[in-house]
Design a protein around this ligand. Sequence first.
Ligand SMILES: [Fe+2]
Length: 162
Amino acid sequence: MKISDFISAAIAYDEGDARRIQHFMKVYAFAKAIAEGENVDSRTMEIIEAAAVLHDIGIHECECKYGSCSGKYQEKEGVPVAGKILAKLGADSVLVERVCFLIAHHHTFKGIDSLDWQILVEADFLVNIYEEGLRREAVESIRRKVFITKTGLQMLDNMYLK
Ligand SMILES: [Fe+2]
């Protein structure tokens, strides 16, 4: 299974929505870089890469159903869409299950108990802070409450807090 297959499938699913495509590609790049910096094993890397590409895949479904793309709706709607894409690309059931879990929890910041989950959340913040133009105080609060990995903290500090 190649990550480019996930990327192509996600771009096709989000067709015409360049902003969202740019968002998940950035989250993917940061997640991969943090994961490498933290020396994750190859299986964890595979999970993180697939989850980063697909993490916001529920957004369109949310807008249709609820007229909103708030985090909680997204977590709920992303899972079936991602599950279909993963199955179509021949992902094994353990990978499908873990990626779906991460999609369902990527806006849940309490109780993070695993490195793949932590890295996905950090990568999403590294991009969202910029895209949403958050102020320094907000970034400092996110740093205190969310960031843990050495690589993610370095990126956050160098990008937003210098
Ligand atoms: Fe995101």
